[in-house]
Ligand binder design. Structure first.
Ligand code: AR6
Length: 179
């Protein structure tokens, strides 16, 4: 009998994650990974970054000190310490300058890089905040389109992606884009 080669490329295992949208505080999400919208120092800040550091406890900052920062568009992973989530992925979104300084590509890269880190630890569920749309000033509508479009098309084994919105405007944008 002829041998049949049943091997398929690794990427054929990937199906798109199921997308969920919720209103609330990402620090209490019961998922494998929560994503932090950090700055390039990775040493904490305001917004969701401050909330995650407060909820995870001081060990998170100690751990982040060893990471040597992070470039815009890139992502690094740490344990979640006192969080319900096992891991925190710290990504650095672009500061909005009007959209002509590569902001869309950099924001897309945040979502892709974060999913790549999640795959490296075998995470099945990931919660994202609306990266760059707070202090960094990225308009909510185009940022939402990039978040959803990137997660829908990224090669990943993550099964559930939950977008955690902190205000109504963001929630409405996600609901509109997801129909
Ligand atoms: N859970 C979920 N979303 C939140 C939470 C929370 N607990 N808190 C705020 N948000 P921002 P950025 C939302 O400013 O724009 C920090 O100082 C918020 O309403 O946290 O990427 C960093 O250190 C908004 O929708 O992040 C950097 O310096 C979204 O999270 C800088 O801010 C992102 O807002 C990064 O700015």
């Amino acid at each position: 009998m002829n041998e049949v080669n049943l091997k398929v490329p690794a990427e054929a295992d990937n199906t798109n994650p199921r997308l969920e949208v919720t209103l609330g505080d990402i620090t209490v999400e019961q998922v494998d990974v929560i994503v932090n919208a950090a700055n390039s120092s990775l040493l904490g800040g305001g917004g969701v970054d401050g909330a995650i550091h407060r909820a995870a406890g001081p060990e998170l900052l100690e751990c982040c000190r060893t990471l040597d920062g992070c470039n815009t568009g890139d992502a690094k992973i740490t344990p979640g310490f006192q969080l319900a989530a096992e891991w925190v992925i710290h990504t650095v979104g672009p500061i909005w300058h009007g959209g002509t300084r590569g902001e869309p590509q950099l924001l897309e890269s945040c979502y892709r890089s974060s999913l790549a880190r999640a795959d490296e630890v075998g995470a099945e569920s990931v919660a994202f905040p609306a990266i760059s749309t707070g202090v960094y000033g990225y308009p909510v509508q185009p940022a939402t389109a990039i978040a959803i479009g990137t997660v829908q098309s990224a090669p990943t084994r993550v099964e559930i992606v939950r977008f955690v919105c902190f205000n109504r405007e963001t929630l409405d944008a996600y609901r509109t884009f997801l129909g």
